[in-house]
Design a protein around this ligand. Sequence first.
Ligand code: HEC
Length: 211
Amino acid sequence: MMNRAPALLTAIAVLLLSACGEAPPPAALPEALAANESNAAAQTQEVPSPPADLALSAAASQPAAPSVSLHELMRDVIGPNAQRVWRSVSYIATESGVQETMPVNDMDWDGLHQSVTILLEASHGLTLEGRDIGGAAYEAVRQNYQYTAAEIAERRARNLDDWNAIAVGMGDLARQIIAPIERRNILALTETGAALNQACETCHASYWLRP
Ligand code: HEC
């Protein structure tokens, strides 16, 4: 094992040398190569088989279960990335005049593109089966006018088609923000960005906030 790094370096050096058509390898190399070969032979026998839980099995062809709760998806993924889109353009009137914020350089626009891609993928994530609502973390911040996790889970299960349709709608609205970003069109960015909010509000009105 200790010999692996030098052996690799030697192999790489040989590759580079032969690739560049440089002078023949120094005299010491054949020896090193021979040592390599016996190392390699020894190593092929050493390679351990992968642990059982990493081995490919029939289960690996099933879709993975959601790894974060709905609460985490909202708080850490969907919320912040929607905010990034909504806050990208703003006009704030102050005593000293209007303070404008808008994407200016490629980095700003690329950041927006990333956020919209995340929202798109997250909208798909909302339709995955078996996502936990949020348990204690949600209960710790829940207000009385918001449904409990059990109530949300029950409402989602009872109206799954509606839930999924709203999620797909959110994806459609997010997708419409991509063209304005690619064309660097601030006005269209504002309009499509604002429209995205419909999907958030529709779902929150039915599944999060009590009437
Ligand atoms: C398909 C349903 C659905 C859609 C679409 C949806 N949400 Fe939510 N959202 C919920 C539910 C249910 C909760 C309450 C439970 C929770 O916190 O997960 C929630 C909670 C939240 C929270 C509160 C998280 C916290 O810290 O307590 C934020 C922020 C949020 N959503 C943002 C958004 C934004 C922004 C959008 C649109 C871009 C959106 N959501 C779209 C269902 C949805």
